[in-house]
Design a protein around this ligand. Structure first.
Ligand SMILES: Nc1ncnc2c1ncn2[C@@H]1O[C@H](COP(=O)(O)OP(=O)(O)OP(=O)(O)O)[C@@H](O)[C@H]1O
Length: 246
């Protein structure tokens, strides 16, 4: 069951990033980025290659150290440490699947929730929710790629995060699987989870997100509903006008 921390401030954003800056030597990968995601919301983070999307995820996860700014989850300053993320209600999927290919589907899902009171029951709930229960005892590497993507999502969701970071979830999927993924993402948000989504597949982003934040050269150049962002000339120039990988 998702816990509420005693020091959580009521009415706060699920994720609040304020003035976040990350430098790699002389390069400002993020330069004063401010964004938020609320409970039950799907927010897309898009931008051209090198815009800073992965760096923002990495900063939230404690994989890079910001030079400035703050990150808070439900009003509580985040302690950016990969080993403590789950305890702070945050989960992330990876661009690559990052699955343990020699383990079964169930074992992979279990790996996402080592601290649960009843990890088996939590894993079973996710297997059922993602229609994977029939494959639970198969080696994950035997499943088709779209099913493996679902296993990666189940592993992220098994700890019942309140903030889910999805890193290019549509990568490598065909149109039918992308439509199914959109349903899954909306379903996840409907459970109250806040979802921040990095994705190059623009149609998927525009179809699934409540709001979209556009980065370019480490700065927010536009933010709003998909329609607002799609009609923004700065976005056309920076992003939508260029060819992006499918
Ligand atoms: N560890 C690092 N050391 C030095 N520079 C880095 C490092 N990580 C990222 N960068 C640089 O920071 C900038 C932002 O990179 P980032 O990977 O966050 O962009 P992105 O928007 O995720 O791009 P893509 O869509 O290609 O994944 C780029 O110029 C990148 O080359």
């Amino acid at each position: 069951m998702t816990s509420v921390r005693a020091d959580e401030l009521p009415g706060q954003h699920s994720l609040a990033v304020r003035g976040l800056s990350v430098r790699f030597g002389g390069l400002a990968a993020l330069d004063g980025v401010t964004l938020h995601v609320d409970e039950g919301e799907v927010v897309g983070l898009i931008g051209p290659n090198g815009a800073g999307k992965t760096t923002l995820f990495n900063a939230v996860c404690g994989l890079v150290r910001p030079s400035g700014g703050t990150i808070a989850v439900h009003g509580v300053p985040l302690v950016p440490d990969p080993a403590r993320l789950a305890g702070q209600g945050v989960a992330r999927t990876l661009q690559g699947l990052g699955l343990f290919r020699g383990l079964s589907v169930r074992e992979n899902v279990l790996a996402g929730n080592l601290g649960a009171d009843d990890p088996g029951a939590a894993a079973q709930r996710q297997l059922v929710a993602l229609d994977l229960a029939g494959h639970a005892d198969r080696p994950v590497g035997d499943l088709p790629y779209p099913e493996q993507k679902k296993v990666a999502l189940a592993r992220a969701m098994v700890a019942e995060p309140r903030l889910l970071l999805l890193d290019e979830p549509a990568g490598g999927l065909g149109s039918d699987d992308i439509a199914a993924l959109a349903d899954l993402v909306r379903h996840t948000a409907a459970t109250g989870c806040a979802v921040l989504l990095v994705e190059h597949h623009v149609d998927f982003v525009m179809g699934v997100c409540d709001r979209v934040v556009v980065l370019d050269f480490g700065r927010v150049i536009a933010a709003g509903t998909p329609d607002e962002v799609a009609g923004d000339p700065a976005v056309d120039e920076a992003y939508l006008g260029i060819e992006v990988p499918a």
